[in-house]
Design a protein around this ligand. Structure first.
Ligand code: NAI
Length: 294
């Protein structure tokens, strides 16, 4: 099968954007990374190149493959640089007005056939598409963290998405080594809807004084077989992402009490104690390793 998208852009070079850029490049596409902070673009490209160097050391990539990947991963300094892209994946802040503004700007520079997708965790694909000239070419493409290790991607059609666009995204997901899953455009799609029980209920257990967060993590990991406990997951996702996701799903379900946000994550977000990426979350991180509280 020919590559579904040869020229791809990733907007937002944070935790998700860099991972998406990595696997899209590995699939054979030419990939432009762009971030509002030029320094973030540079750092993200460096981090992806370091990942490839590690895979080379471990013998999982050849020197030729690494050189090819590095040559195909480019830094963009403005949206104009992305004019020739066939697919643009947005992975910026989880705020609908900011996402709409970026897509509106992108439509002005891209060809009418270009496909635009959002990596939103919780916002309505249909509502973002409503701001666009070409909603048929817009869909949700929801990856998971850390992208190079997580094998599923949710493909979400908005009300006006052309089914051929979803088919092309499905093909491309397989070319990136992922298992695509079609999800309805509902708050949280499949994974973050099911995940409400995991995170929100765990926060209730802590706020009701039943158990502390480290105990809950240990039990769910060791006894129930989850890879990460709910608080380890909060730290990995980071509260500046996941608290907004919790609030967004709650409001979209018309204040359904089961999904009510918790003051614990609101306070921690306000204090900047958001998770592993800042070295301080429910756990403290030294050299990237979680320190379990005594
Ligand atoms: P992040 O905070 O690590 O990175 C976001 C990047 O976007 C930052 O580098 C920021 O400078 C850049 N940015 C912000 N506004 C911008 C704009 N207007 N134009 C260009 N760049 C801009 O965030 P993360 O974790 O990568 O999340 C990004 C998106 O992916 C969010 O929508 C989030 O809900 C979604 N997501 C996050 C997951 C996670 O576990 N962190 C999992 C799945 C989806």
């Amino acid at each position: 099968m020919t590559l579904a998208f040869n020229k791809v852009a990733v907007i937002g070079a944070g935790a998700m954007g860099r991972g998406i850029a990595q696997i899209a490049t590995q699939a054979g596409s030419q990939v432009w990374l762009y971030d509002a902070q030029p320094e973030a673009t540079r750092k993200a490209r460096e981090a992806v190149c370091q990942q490839w160097d590690k895979l080379l050391e471990k013998g999982r990539l050849t020197a030729e493959a690494v050189a090819g990947h590095k040559a195909r991963l480019l830094e963009a300094t403005s949206l104009q640089d992305l004019a020739g892209c066939e697919l643009v994946v947005e992975a910026i802040v989880e705020k609908i007005e900011v996402k709409k503004a970026v897509f509106t700007d992108l439509e002005k520079v891209l060809a009418p056939s270009a496909v635009l997708v959002t990596n939103t965790s919780s916002l309505s694909v249909t509502a973002i598409a409503a701001a666009l000239q070409r909603p048929a070419n817009f869909a949700g493409y929801h990856f998971f963290n850390p992208v190079p290790l997580m094998k599923v991607v949710e493909v979400i059609a908005g009300l006006k998405t052309d089914p051929a666009v979803c088919q092309r995204l499905t093909d491309y997901a397989r070319q990136m080594g992922l298992t695509p899953v079609n999800a309805q455009d509902t708050p949280g799609f499949i994974v973050n809807h099911a995940g409400r029980g995991y995170g929100t209920e765990a926060l209730r257990i802590v706020s009701e004084g039943i158990a502390d967060f480290a105990t809950i993590d240990r039990i769910l990991r060791d006894q129930m077989g989850f890879k990460l406990g709910p608080f380890e997951l909060f730290d990995l996702t980071a509260l500046d992402v996941s608290h907004h996701v919790i609030e967004s799903i709650y409001h979209q379900y018309y204040e359904e009490p089961r999904y009510r946000p918790n003051v614990i994550t609101a306070q921690r977000l306000a204090a900047g104690v958001v998770g592993k990426k800042v070295g301080d979350g429910f756990y403290k991180y030294e050299g990237g390793v979680a320190q379990v509280p005594a």
